[in-house]
Design a protein around this ligand. Structure first.
Ligand code: SF4
Length: 480
């Protein structure tokens, strides 16, 4: 064996990250680490968000110097990118450092330039690539990597996308911690979370979406795992809540029904969450089975209330269809979380603010909204660059002469407070109880943790110098 002890590391530190970032395991990194079993003497998987001692840089560096002879790091987000680079620069130069993940693939050149300790970047899906690196295959022969050769960086050809059914499910015994529901660093319930990927890719072509492309711009054709292998994986999971992290759980409604049938037949008592397109409303049989199987929450990409924007984004439905489908969806006891995009090309402030009102009209239980991004391979990139008054940064952020980043951020806060009134927050809690996402015991733990949550929230708003503004928005809220 070429290496005795490989370290796979999720480099984000919980105290600086949001609660959502800490809720689920770093599945991509776990897939890659699992694929290397038997190729190294020992494997250590570290999720720094959950490490007490080893999240301290000096302790981490001591551990690495004493134990590790190859380090693999996943960079999945733009958030904390600079902090992660800072950490990478401190890693010992004599230990090979391989970096991978969505953002590493997108920002290869920048990472080689700013982090002299990086030896190799594994681009795209890395399960096969990492095996060849660990086996000691000459770097020039490994598809899908970029590597240093003296002062030059060599980019090998892309690796064809692997068949999802030959990839092993993550080995959960590698974990050193469970994943809990934490808000602002405070554990609010004893609920544990996990994720299962039953299919990769998506057959749709929404123009803003880079989920359906890998970061190399390759379209991942939709490919499914066998239902049997998915159920077997679920049977081995101890967490209470499982997220199907497929882009769209209902791409193949028949197969989704089969998954539900088996969950019901085998009495797998879990609370499930999934992501889907709103067209899932066309499959009432599936929705019924999902409720029976324990699906409690569905995240839906609504994107916009405006027909011209939905067309611009190639979403494939219009406002009337959203209203029609939500009427059907709301008949099922599931918590619906809607995703929206604002700051679209040509969108006025009034149109952006309508997101909050529209979400209430269709009775969406909660919403998340983000500014339109036009990443490297987005078909919207050229259109945005050629639209007078609009600009795109190297990082894919879109802004305009009329709406700068700070102006868009301000509008985002207005949408947030217009939707999340104190009354709405109570309604959300009630809805979570009605759909039985939370048990009575969970609610009691939540109440016990609430003083700490409030304290943390106030501290964060003070640190961001916006406590007064937040209180004004919350309590002088006009309900519409
Ligand atoms: S937004 Fe959803 S449906 Fe559209 S392409 Fe992306 S993953 Fe597929």
């Amino acid at each position: 064996m070429k290496y005795n002890h490989a370290l796979f590391m999720n480099p984000y530190i919980e105290r600086a990250s949001t609660s959502t970032m800490g809720l689920f395991p770093p599945t991509g990194l776990e897939y890659v680490a699992t694929s290397t079993k038997g190729l190294v003497g020992k494997l250590t998987l570290l999720d720094l968000r959950y490490e007490n001692e080893l999240s301290k840089t000096d302790k981490l560096l001591d551990f690495i110097r004493n134990e590790i002879d190859i380090i693999c790091v996943a960079i999945g987000w733009d958030r904390q990118f600079n902090e992660v680079c800072e950490l990478l620069r401190l890693l010992p130069e004599n230990i090979p450092l391989v970096v991978g993940g969505y953002k590493a693939t997108e920002r290869v050149e920048e990472l080689f330039e700013t982090c002299p300790t990086i030896d190799i970047i594994a681009r795209g899906e890395a399960e096969e690539t990492i095996k060849e690196i660990l086996k000691g295959v000459p770097l020039k022969d490994i598809l899908g990597i970029s590597y240093r050769n003296g002062k030059r960086v060599i980019h090998n050809a892309n690796r064809p996308l692997p068949n999802i059914d030959i990839i092993d499910a993550p080995d959960r015994s590698l974990r050193r911690n469970n994943y809990y529901l934490k808000l602002g660093g405070v554990k609010v319930a004893n609920l544990t979370f996990d994720a299962v990927l039953s299919a990769r890719g998506c057959p749709f072509n929404c123009k803003f979406c880079t989920f359906n492309l890998n970061p190399l711009g390759q379209k991942r054709s939709y490919s499914e795992r066998t239902v049997k292998s998915v159920i077997k994986e679920i049977e081995g999971i101890t967490a209470n809540v499982i997220l199907f992290s497929d882009d769209n759980f209902a791409t193949n409604p028949k197969r989704a029904e089969e998954i539900c049938d088996l969950i019901i037949a085998r009495k797998l008592k879990k609370r499930f969450m999934a992501q889907a397109r709103i067209e899932i409303a066309k499959s009432p049989k599936l929705l019924e089975k999902m409720v029976k199987a324990g699906f409690k929450m569905l995240s839906l990409g609504v994107e916009s209330p405006h027909d011209y924007i939905l067309t611009q984004l190639n979403k494939g439905f219009d406002q009337a269809t959203i209203r029609k489908y939500f009427k059907v969806l709301k008949k099922y006891p599931i918590f619906y979380h809607g995703f929206f995009i604002y700051g679209n090309l040509g969108e006025t402030e009034e149109e952006m603010l309508y997101i909050a009102q529209f979400s209430k009209e269709i009775d969406c239980d909660s919403i998340a909204f983000s500014k339109l991004r036009v990443d490297k391979y987005s078909p919207l990139r050229e259109i945005a660059k050629n639209t007078p008054g609009y600009h795109v940064t190297d990082r894919g952020e879109l802004y305009s002469d009329q709406f700068s980043h700070p102006a868009l951020k301000k509008i985002g806060r207005k949408i947030k407070f217009s939707f999340y009134s104190p009354f709405k927050l109570l309604k959300i809690v009630k809805r979570f109880i009605v759909v039985r996402f939370f048990t009575f015991g969970d609610i009691l733990s939540f109440l016990a943790a609430s003083p700490f949550l409030l304290k943390n929230l106030i501290a964060r708003e003070i640190q961001k110098k916006r406590l007064a503004d937040t209180l004004k928005h919350l309590f002088l809220h006009k309900s519409s």
